[in-house]
Design a protein around this ligand. Structure first.
Ligand code: CA
Length: 448
């Protein structure tokens, strides 16, 4: 299916190629349950942080083995779920974003999951049935797991062509590749979400139209590295720890970190099935309190060494701690003559950043992700963004959980918006006026 017709599917009927294939695949394939972690230690105390004990002590939570899942893994491994009475949580590795989605559709009762880590706006696309064969599974976005820690990797054959943060210098080169019949081909692991949105933003900011000047494709994460090695792919949008590996293994270089494109940007989220949250509101907040505690733990410099040790476990990321530590410290080798980055504030952060809370799910950020889907024709222009956000984003539950957990006022945002956001190219986004943002963009698909 061509890129264009695939997009049309996402925007209209919703049965994406990926969706259809993955859902069919489910019928014969049990969801991945092999790599579950044991319920550990800490002192189980059902009433920690006030309120009565949770309605259930079990939940099945998915994760993708990248840094963004650290708070979920740490909450399990350090006993923070158990501390809040959730003694039977299973944290389950998902082999891809598509299988996380399929397992969420199945639900825990069918052997799937109750919630997971997500790229945005996947919980919205699932709630609306857009990536689930029209089957609407209402979801709630409960918290953000992390910021930054992603980037755009380019194959070594494009060294010296100006493919850096400001990619306008490489515009002519990209056009030459297109004219030669070998268009610049870049990949991401799931369509219409963070990775595709980052690479599109970066290209468009440099005056390159991602729909007509290059070729964008969906590829599984294992394949991205293999394809870069064999030279069949020119670039991909990726998350830590892969940027480090790409340089260390001499596969390519980094054009940009997402921390450069949009400092302190929203990255991935924890969201659950709405029916589970509605049935178990106390257990939901117990999970959230455990994750909040894990996020604070992850951000403490003195814990980063142990965090790398935990993530290096074979059931998690499965790479040696010395590969995981540099990005956790904000140390990135960019390559292609660009200065190295050595700033912990440019790496993944889990609890707080320079602009406010990392954990709190700002409604203004959900609004940006949906607006960006409209920008590229992935959602219709008339989408009721405000209505969707009001329904799916449960920042109210975050506030309740934070209060029960005794989170200091300074760490609780006053408003549902983080205010006006500014990107590296000077473009501004105000969630109160997404149309003004869309109008300010030169490269886009939507007519505004
Ligand atoms: Ca990511």
């Amino acid at each position: 299916m061509s890129q264009l017709s695939r997009r049309k599917f996402i925007a209209t009927a919703g049965a994406t190629t990926i969706g259809a294939i993955a859902l069919k695949g489910c019928a014969g394939n049990p969801p991945e349950t092999s790599e579950q972690t044991s319920s550990p230690v800490a002192s189980p105390a059902a009433n920690v942080g006030g309120g009565e004990g949770p309605e259930t002590t079990t939940a099945r939570i998915g994760y993708i083995p990248i840094f963004e899942s650290s708070p979920l893994i740490v909450a399990q491994e350090k006993g923070f779920f158990a501390k809040y009475g959730m003694t039977g949580v299973q944290v389950l590795k998902q082999s891809s974003w598509g299988s996380a989605r399929d397992n969420l559709v199945i639900g825990a009762e069918g052997g799937g999951i109750d919630g997971s880590q997500w790229q945005m706006p996947m919980p919205y696309l699932i709630s609306e049935g857009i990536i689930t064969d029209n089957k609407k599974i209402p979801m709630y976005v409960l918290m953000q797991t992390s910021t930054q820690g992603n980037g755009i990797a380019i194959a070594n054959k494009h060294l010296g062509k100006g493919l850096h943060l400001d990619v306008s210098k490489a515009r002519e080169y990209i056009n030459q590749l297109k004219s030669a019949g070998t268009p610049f081909t870049a990949a991401y692991t799931f369509p219409a979400a963070n990775q595709e949105l980052w690479i599109r933003y970066w290209l468009a900011a440099g005056g390159i139209n991602p729909d007509t000047d290059v070729k964008l494709i969906t590829v599984s994460s294992a394949q991205t590295v293999a394809n870069m090695k064999t030279g069949t792919m020119d670039g991909f949008s990726t998350g830590d720890p892969w940027p480090y590996r790409i340089l260390a293994d001499k596969i390519g270089f980094m054009a940009a970190l997402t921390a450069q494109i949009w400092p302190d940007h929203p990255e991935e989220y924890f969201a659950m099935r709405a029916d589970w949250v509605d049935k178990y509101p106390k257990a939901t907040k117990a999970l959230m309190k455990g994750i909040m505690e894990a996020q604070q733990w992850c951000d403490k410099p003195e814990n980063r060494k142990e965090l790398a040790q935990i993530l290096s476990g074979r059931q998690f990321i499965g790479l040696a701690p010395d590969i995981l530590t540099p990005p956790l410290d904000g140390k990135y080798t960019m390559g292609d003559g660009q200065p190295d980055i050595n700033d912990v504030k440019k790496g993944p952060l889990f609890w707080k950043d320079a602009k406010g809370s990392v954990s709190y799910p700002y409604q203004s950020h959900d609004t940006w992700f949906l607006t960006e889907n409209i920008r590229w024709g992935m959602l219709p222009a008339e989408t009721d963004v405000k209505g969707w956000v009001g329904k799916v984003n449960r920042e109210d539950l975050w506030r309740e959980a934070a209060k029960e957990a005794g989170i200091t006022d300074a760490d609780v945002p006053k408003e549902k918006t983080r205010g006006v956001e500014t990107f590296f190219d000077g473009i501004k986004f105000d969630a109160n006026d997404p149309t003004a943002y869309l109008k300010s963009l030169k490269v886009k698909k939507v007519n505004v």
